[in-house]
Design a protein around this ligand. Structure first.
Ligand code: 13P
Ligand code: SF4
Length: 330
């Protein structure tokens, strides 16, 4: 494609974005709705949202918003978390099919069976779980506070950590605690391997490595950093929100970053840090669930008030206690 054609396409897109964004904001205001978007959402959705963030930041925003409605542009467990935290608000998701392959690796029945094998153990559930699983758990965590949550539990208590095996291995490493870890994984992050990281580091030797703890390569990356194959002082295992903050801190020096997570985050990283360069560790790391939320579906959600996410109160009351404990820890 010629450069001129590409610019024309971008201009045409921008021309379409402005009226769409205006309509979205007008409808949101009329409904008294706040639009929350996860860092993996498509660029238009991120750019129109009132707030963009990681799982923990979005839970916090949901809990404190004065708006009457929350339109959640993310996946279903995130909207459920908002509904649990805000029982007096209506929570909408533009597409109910926005699931999560990691959350689908464990259900409440399997968790009850696992608990029965370890009576008295503390159950730590990553937020990427259904409301029913959270209701069976003692405390939730996200990728940004998992180690702090585990450290808050007395050292003599047995811990069941679920459902992500790579995050579990990372938390064991950081806290020095031995956990019972559920062997679930996210199909997007499990697919980011250490070989592509090593190849990229060879071609960009000065880059910082930002690796999400759900990545299949996280353990190998730290091992390779210890062996001197990857740069130890520039290898960071971080949540999506921490990636954004790290980009901000380093951008003044025109930093270079290799980013190992879902590629949707590159939009925000590049927009907020124009002086820095960001390369995806794996261009194919795209979460189809996050991408089911489209601009057309967001408009429909706001026009028609669909699709409401609700959690039965008997489930919500127990799940809320686990989520609140997490939010208090930070
Ligand atoms: P963060 O909490 O880091 O945003 O991660 C959420 C998620 O779904 C990762 O795949
Ligand atoms: Fe779930 Fe993975 Fe998608 Fe995150 S990237 S929402 S963990 S399937």
């Amino acid at each position: 494609m010629l450069c001129g054609e590409m610019v024309a396409t971008e201009e045409a897109l921008l021309e379409r974005f402005a009226p769409w964004a205006e309509e979205v904001r007008r409808l949101a205001e009329a409904r008294d709705a706040v639009i929350l978007a996860h860092n993996y959402q498509v660029p238009w959705i991120q750019d129109v949202a009132h707030f963009v963030g990681d799982s923990l930041e979005l839970s916090r925003k949901a809990a404190e918003t004065p708006a009457r409605e929350i339109v959640f542009c993310g996946v279903h467990f995130m909207a459920e978390t908002a509904a649990i935290l805000c029982p007096d608000k209506r929570v909408l998701i533009p597409d109910l099919d926005a699931g999560c392959s990691l959350a689908a690796t464990i259900d409440a029945e399997s968790l009850r069976a696992w608990k029965a094998e370890h009576p008295g153990a503390v159950v730590v559930a990553y937020v990427n779980t259904t409301a029913e699983v959270k209701a069976e758990s003692d405390i939730c965590c996200t990728s940004s506070n998992a180690a702090a949550v585990v450290n808050s539990i007395p050292a003599d208590r047995e811990i069941l950590f679920l459902p992500d095996q790579f995050l579990g291995a990372h938390v064991e490493r950081v806290t020095g605690r031995k956990l019972h870890v559920w062997m679930g994984e996210c199909h997007v992050h499990a697919g980011i391997g250490s070989q592509e990281l090593q190849d990229l580091v060879r071609s960009e030797p000065d880059a910082e490595l930002l690796i999400h703890p759900e990545c299949g390569c996280a353990t190998a990356a730290l091992y390779l950093a210890g062996e001197g194959v990857l740069p130890a002082d520039r290898t960071h295992i971080v949540s999506t929100g921490q990636m954004i903050r790290r980009g901000r801190e380093e951008q003044a020096e025109g930093g270079r970053f290799i980013v190992a997570t879902e590629t949707g985050i590159l939009h925000r990283l590049r927009k907020e840090n124009p002086a820095a360069e960001f390369t995806a560790a794996n261009e194919a790391a795209v979460c189809r669930y996050m991408k089911t939320i489209t601009p057309a579906k967001l408009i429909r959600s706001l026009r028609e008030g669909v699709f409401e996410v609700t959690v039965p109160e008997e489930v919500a009351v127990r799940a809320r206690a686990a989520i609140r404990r997490m939010v208090e820890i930070g």
